[in-house]
Design a protein around this ligand. Structure first.
Ligand code: ADP
Ligand code: MG
Length: 238
């Protein structure tokens, strides 16, 4: 069964059609990257997959169930945003453990899960700090750690590296690739960065103005783009 299926998904805000009929199937364990210009609907699509935004028409199915038929706490989806969205008054440990605590897990169980995720991301030395005491890169690692703690089956990333400087972008990208291997999870990753798309993706979905322009493995898109728009986005020689 596909991890994610989109069937003719559309979204309008008032009279503006933003997503204009997207069909897509993502297999379990796949790393699928969405690319496309600013305003083409990447974040809107991701928010609909997360169930944070209703579709105007069509279906979003996760492991065969409509996303809105599953209670939010049971969705097994984690989303990592560009803005880290950490709670400033909580320590790193409490930020990472909050969702588990809210789900009613015991203190000991929460601590164990947080310790495990912290070890994966080398966050142990930071657990007692608050977000204001962290660098941008460290905050983003905490945001990723908070997503891992919930052991989701589906990770949704919305331009998670775009606020980091170049060196940190590379380091964090390598960490995300490693997590994908270690966790065996399905990942949907939005970026407008060609290098991120080419290095992380099993498959790239090129979006343009609310529609899928082309889908394929990175090297297939690179070598055989359907048109100059795709070539431009993937960085193929024209
Ligand atoms: P991207 O992430 O690809 O840059 P978005 O999904 O954020 O694009 O936005 C796609 C389009 O939808 C943009 O034109 C944006 O202005 C519009 N849009 C997004 N969210 C809303 C909203 N809540 N209300 C009205 N328009 C919106
Ligand atoms: Mg966006």
């Amino acid at each position: 069964m596909a991890a994610l299926t989109l069937v003719n998904v559309t979204k309008s805000f008032g009279k503006t059609d933003v997503i204009k009929g997207v069909d897509l199937e993502v297999q379990t364990g796949e790393f699928c990257v969405f690319v496309g210009p600013s305003g083409c609907g990447k974040s809107t699509l991701l928010r609909m997959i997360a169930g944070l935004e209703d579709v105007s028409s069509g279906e979003v199915m996760i492991n065969g169930a409509r996303v809105n038929d599953v209670a939010p706490a049971k969705r097994e989806i984690a989303m990592v945003f560009q803005s880290y969205a950490l709670y400033p008054h909580l320590t790193v440990r409490d930020n990472m453990g909050l969702a588990l605590k809210q789900a009613g897990q015991s203190k000991a169980a929460v601590a164990k899960s947080v310790d495990h995720a912290a070890a994966m991301l080398a966050l142990e030395p930071l657990l007692a700090r608050r977000p204001s005491e962290l660098s941008g890169g460290q905050r983003q690692r905490v945001a990723i750690g908070r997503a891992i703690v919930r052991t989701p089956k589906l990770f949704l990333f919305d331009e998670p590296l775009s606020n980091l400087d170049a060196a940190l972008r590379v380091a964090t990208r390598i960490e995300i690739a490693k997590l994908h291997r270690d966790l065996d999870a399905t990942m949907i990753y939005v970026t407008h960065d060609q290098i991120e798309a080419m290095t992380l993706a099993d498959r790239i979905v090129v979006l343009r103005d609310g529609r899928v322009e082309q889908v394929g493995a990175p090297m297939d898109l690179y070598n055989d783009p359907d048109n100059t728009f795709v070539a431009g986005f993937i960085g193929s020689p024209m």
